[in-house]
Write a protein that binds this ligand. Structure first.
Ligand code: TRP
Length: 462
């Protein structure tokens, strides 16, 4: 017989772990910068629409598949649809996990470095221009960013090796609520800066003329990235959820908390962005340039800066472990490795790939890919030049995750069928699920069509 699978022990533990996966750099680092590059309010509007219409159904599908199959993503499709091509979804997930963690660790490394700089109080007395320069110089170096990236990967591997109950659940339960409190404190300071209103306007007043195919694709990609869906993370976590957990409630609570944190992060960041004259479209450095300015301007800034970067590092860790877990579960269950060997191999390989992404801000910054017509370059806006980091980020969030999500909803809608899905989300019919008809309609038609159209338009094929 198969040995008893490791599992989460309490309802709060499940939500904390899933929310721990969802809430991370995606909310606090990626959401503000992507929103800043894509028009602010209009982006937020589309983003929230996607969370409700596509995000929650995909999340619920993943949790159901995982709990029904009690397997890693690859094994799950093998079990639920034996001898079919649906297994490819599991394989795509492993690849997506690899790409995501490669660049995620770069940014998590920056976070650790900012934690270290906070300890040393090295931002003290710097002007907004100096703080921007500090970040630019730091990320272009090789030694420090690589060092912190490796430290982060070691920490991730360490927790994953410890397994579910003793590792993941224990850490997330305590630390996530504290992060929320800290963001609220930041918001108070940010909103009381001179000129704060401009930031709120940017974030909340939608200018619909800014919505383009690209903006819509970015919003979809961000929704997938932030909710941790589209690559099997939540299939894996679903397999650790006990049979009496209400998956619909879990999916809704997790999605709502995740969205709330992203919006709150926006409310903390954008007023300061405008108050300090930072470009909202500064790109991936946005929070690292903005936050130290806020800390400089507040009483107890030393303490808050320290706490904030500490908790952001933890939030990054509770997300990165969920990404690594997908690869480790695949290696250990499908390729029959011990958990230890699987973890070492996966994290080692991902760390090496991640070096490319970390160094693409400095030593490898010349290695780029130019999309669009070169002729338009001097007019501006005609083409985009992507570094290795950008490519990893774009391929995973905007291509692999939406495609994975598309296949997952198609699977539940057309292959797995209503009876199985209904049985899983009603905990073997122990309670009623009156919304199942609507849910099936979304999974069969609405979500797949929406994803397909957004995807094809966004990549310029439609
Ligand atoms: N959602 C996490 C964040 O916001 C990152 C993450 C964890 C993720 N697991 C994932 C992204 C799976 C995509 C897929 O930081």
């Amino acid at each position: 017989m198969v040995p008893q699978r490791d599992s989460f022990t309490s309802k709060f533990g499940v939500i904390a772990a899933a929310a721990g996966s969802a809430i991370g750099l995606g909310n606090i680092w990626r959401f503000p910068y992507v929103a800043g590059e894509n028009g602010g309010g209009a982006f937020l509007f589309v983003y929230i629409g996607f969370i409700i219409l596509i995000g929650i159904p995909v999340m619920l599908s993943e949790l159901s598949i995982g709990r029904a199959a009690q397997q890693n993503p690859f094994g799950a499709f093998k079990k639920l649809a034996p001898k079919t091509y649906w297994q490819v979804i599991g394989f795509m997930g492993v690849i997506a996990a690899f790409v995501i963690l490669s660049f995620y660790a770069t940014v998590a490394g920056w976070t650790l470095h900012y934690l270290y700089s906070s300890v040393l109080d090295s931002f003290a007395g710097q002007s907004p221009q100096q703080l921007e320069q500090t970040f630019t110089d730091f990320k272009a170096g090789t030694f420090m960013p690589v060092l912190w990236q490796v430290v982060f990967m070691v920490l991730t591997a360490f927790i994953v090796m410890a397994g579910i109950k003793d590792g993941i659940e224990k850490y997330t339960k305590v630390l996530m609520p504290i992060l929320l409190v800290l963001i609220l404190v930041l918001i108070v300071r940010s909103l009381t800066l001179p000129g704060a209103m401009k930031g709120l306007e940017f974030l909340f007043a939608p200018d619909f003329s800014k919505i383009t195919g690209e903006v819509i694709l970015e919003a979809l990609g961000q929704a997938f990235f932030s909710l941790s869906i589209g690559m099997g993370t939540l299939i894996t976590y679903g397999s650790y959820i006990r049979k009496d957990n209400n998956l619909v409630n879990t999916a809704v609570s997790v999605s709502m908390s995740d969205t709330l944190i992203a919006i709150l992060a926006g409310v903390a960041i954008f007023p300061a962005v405008f108050a300090f004259n930072i470009e909202p479209s500064s790109g991936p450095g946005l929070v690292f340039i903005t936050l130290p300015n806020i800390f400089e301007q507040m009483p107890g800034g030393y303490f808050f800066s320290l706490m904030f970067f500490l908790l952001l590092s933890v939030a990054a860790l509770t997300s990165s472990i969920s990404v690594l877990e997908v690869v480790v579960a695949y290696f250990s269950e499908e390729l029959k490795m011990t958990r230890k060997k699987a973890t070492l191999l996966a994290s080692g390989a991902i760390t090496l790939t991640g070096l490319l992404s970390t160094m693409s801000w400095g030593a490898l910054s010349e290695v780029t890919l130019t999309l669009g017509s070169a002729a338009e370059t001097d007019v501006g806006g005609g083409s985009t030049t992507l570094t290795i980091f950008d490519i990893f980020d774009f391929i995973s969030a905007n291509i692999l995750l939406p495609l994975g999500g598309l296949f997952i909803v198609l699977f539940v809608g057309w292959k797995w069928k209503k009876e199985h899905f209904a049985k899983e989300i009603s905990n073997e019919n122990t309670f009623k699920t009156p919304y199942i008809g609507l849910m099936m309609f979304i999974l069969k038609f609405l979500a797949p069509l929406a994803i397909a159209i957004v995807f094809l338009r966004g990549v310029g094929l439609f």
